[in-house]
Design a protein around this ligand. Structure first.
Ligand code: CU
Length: 156
């Protein structure tokens, strides 16, 4: 767990450099104690947004390589905990990146997860995808295979 925390800290530094967004690693899956005494309004809510990667068929799926869900929504200045899982018993490790929001959750093994908490500072639609094999001629990128989605950030 120590290595994991160091990795997350490094990613948070990288995220802050790329995006200029304030970010914080909750490190516990986004559950934090709720303060008592009626001051909840002053504490920002952190909403979990979970994406799961698959590479094997399940009933109803039209693609082998895919992200579920492939759409997410947020609001400007909302703090969200982006959780990326690879379902158990899938093939290989996978990444979830959102370059425009400074999110880079990489090397997640089947059955594992990584997360990052971000506050989205701008509205728009931003792609999230697995960037493995991107830019290689020999292999189709995982994004092209279907590990792809869009987060829509609405004006607050
Ligand atoms: Cu992938």
């Amino acid at each position: 767990m120590k290595l994991f925390r160091l990795t997350m800290a490094a990613m948070m530094i990288a995220s802050a450099m790329f995006s200029g967004c304030a970010g914080k690693d909750s490190g516990d899956g986004g559950t934090s104690p709720t303060p008592t005494g009626g001051m909840n309004e002053t504490k920002p809510m952190v909403r979990d947004l979970t994406v799961t990667a698959y590479t094997t068929p399940t009933p109803g799926a039209t693609k082998l390589y895919r992200f579920t869900p492939d759409t997410l929504s947020s609001k400007v200045n909302e703090t969200v905990n982006i959780i990326f899982r690879v379902a158990a018993n899938q093939q290989g490790n996978h990444n979830l990146v959102i370059p425009e929001l400074g999110v880079s959750l990489t090397g997640v093994a089947p059955g594992a997860m990584k997360n990052v908490t971000i506050t989205v500072a701008k509205d728009g639609s931003f792609k999230y995808y697995c960037n493995l094999n991107a830019g290689t001629a020999a292999q189709t990128s995982h994004q092209t295979l279907g590990m792809d989605g869009t987060i829509t950030v609405a004006k607050a």
